[in-house]
Unconditional design. Structure first.
Length: 88
């Protein structure tokens, strides 16, 4: 089938470059790339499933998970004291 297609200049340049690299005629390159695009729309996605690998996220010995807020408060006090001494 013969038809007229108007390509944007950037698309035409990329198509010419593809045809040159693949040693195809402009017509062959255009048909191949259109077929690929149409086929990609029809085929279901073949993505590999993402798998989560769990790891042990335990606390260091001596840290009680029930008292983390208290530990945070103590660390904040230490930071505040250090900054106050540095400002002198």
């Amino acid at each position: 089938m013969r038809t007229t297609v108007t390509l944007d200049p950037d698309v035409a340049e990329k198509l010419k470059g593809y045809a040159h690299r693949e040693k195809l005629s402009f017509k062959q390159a255009l048909n191949e790339l259109i077929r690929r695009g149409l086929r990609a729309q029809q085929e279901p996605s073949r993505r590999t499933r993402f798998k989560v690998k769990p790891h042990h996220g335990g606390f260091r010995p001596g840290i009680d998970p029930g008292r983390l807020n208290q530990l945070l408060d103590e660390l904040e006090v230490q930071d505040f004291s250090r900054e106050a001494r540095a400002d002198r």
